[in-house]
Design a protein around this ligand. Structure first.
Ligand code: SF4
Length: 365
């Protein structure tokens, strides 16, 4: 069980310190100050697993493409995935689209205003629901993302693995007791911003922090004992082989992944995981046959792409392949297409495939 010292923090004092610091130091981010629930929702979903720098660039573009709930609900899933391309964790885009349609069909296009109703939407977790309730509807619900979890664990002196459910519960309780005054939006925004700018995981700048006199971790000088996850185990590496399958006319075969599972609905160069110690060229040939029912000649290896997912790393071996025989079938994919190299940009691919597309287009120059 995590150990927590008795809270002696007075809510008004905490809020005053945070809100003053925030008013003077908050960065001008594109979602800052917004209250429209649709716009807040998009920003929060985007920020769940994307850095603030990347999200700040992509958020305005997404809103320009889908300015309203109605426009998102009306859009085809392919165009939403395409707009999400490069942001990773593609289930977020699929859930956005699904939730937009749910909001239109079950809520008459009006965003629900309570935490529980927001939390019931597809793809909306505890943090996002609380953030929308705070920013758009004036609620005071602890919204605990990675920054808030770390900062609060340090201020309130909660030890243990910050990702464990025991620490999460203790953090929630401490914040709930503190958030009895002020605006929920300021609590959330200022704690997030403090975590981003001052209270970093490894080198918190306690000397610049508005909480320095009352923070348990800061005053003890043992910040590394609070608000951090247990060191991750060695990541597993998975070997995958795929082919740039070319036809005589120069077209290349691409396949669309299934609607569910990892990277749903994205397009890719066909291939799959290595089986035991099989030669990687054989993996490529076998996977293409199993996925699409065609045979190919596997040629030279053109590229190795390394890509880290949340729990493992993929080493993607990319082979040049020549189409031999068979008509492609949708055995392990939703759809397939023979496309010109110049048409690849029209399809949404996972990030790990972007280097392959660049290489193909480089070949054409
Ligand atoms: S005093 Fe230090 S450890 Fe405490 S919240 Fe501020 S930066 Fe983080």
């Amino acid at each position: 069980m995590p150990k927590r010292t008795t809270i002696t923090h007075e809510p008004r004092d905490l809020y005053r310190r945070l809100s003053r610091w925030f008013a003077q130091n908050a960065r001008p981010l594109p979602w800052r100050g917004k209250t429209d629930p649709y716009e807040i929702w998009i920003s929060e979903i985007m920020l769940v697993q994307t850095t603030g720098v990347v999200a700040a660039k992509r958020y305005p573009r997404f809103l320009k493409r889908f300015p309203t709930l109605q426009s998102l609900a009306r859009a085809r899933i392919d165009s939403v995935m395409k707009e999400w391309e490069g942001l990773g964790y593609y289930h977020r885009a699929r859930f956005l689209h699904q939730a937009a349609r749910t909001l239109m069909s079950q809520h008459k296009g009006v965003f629900p205003s309570t935490y529980d109703d927001i939390r019931a939407l597809p793809g909306v977790g505890d943090y996002v629901a609380a953030a929308i309730a705070n920013f758009s509807f004036g609620a005071r619900v602890p919204a605990i993302d990675a920054n808030v979890a770390r900062v609060a664990a340090r201020i309130f002196g909660i030890t243990g693995d910050v990702r464990s459910s025991a620490v999460r519960r203790a953090t929630y309780k401490a914040l709930e007791q503190a958030m009895t005054v002020g605006k929920g939006s300021i609590w959330t925004d200022s704690l997030i911003e403090l975590g981003a700018l001052i209270c970093s995981p490894r080198n918190p700048k306690c000397g610049l922090c508005p909480m320095q006199e009352i923070c348990r971790a800061g005053t003890s000088g043992k910040t590394a004992e609070y608000g951090l996850p247990k060191p991750p185990d060695q990541r597993k590496t998975v070997a995958v082989a795929c082919g740039i399958v070319r036809r005589r006319d120069g077209r290349i075969l691409i396949a669309q992944r299934p609607e569910t599972g990892l990277l749903p609905n994205l397009w890719e160069f066909p291939g799959g995981k290595r089986d035991g110690n099989e030669r990687l060229a054989e993996t490529c040939r076998r996977e293409i046959r199993e996925e699409l029912g065609i045979t190919v000649n596997v040629g030279e290896r053109r590229l190795i792409v390394r890509h880290a997912y949340s729990h493992y790393t993929v080493r993607l071996h990319v082979f040049e392949c020549r189409y031999r025989s068979g008509t492609p079938k949708t055995i392990g994919c939703q759809r397939w297409r023979w496309v010109k190299p110049s048409e690849l940009q029209r399809y949404a691919f996972p990030k790990a495939n972007h280097a392959i597309i660049e290489m193909i287009q480089e070949d054409c120059r």
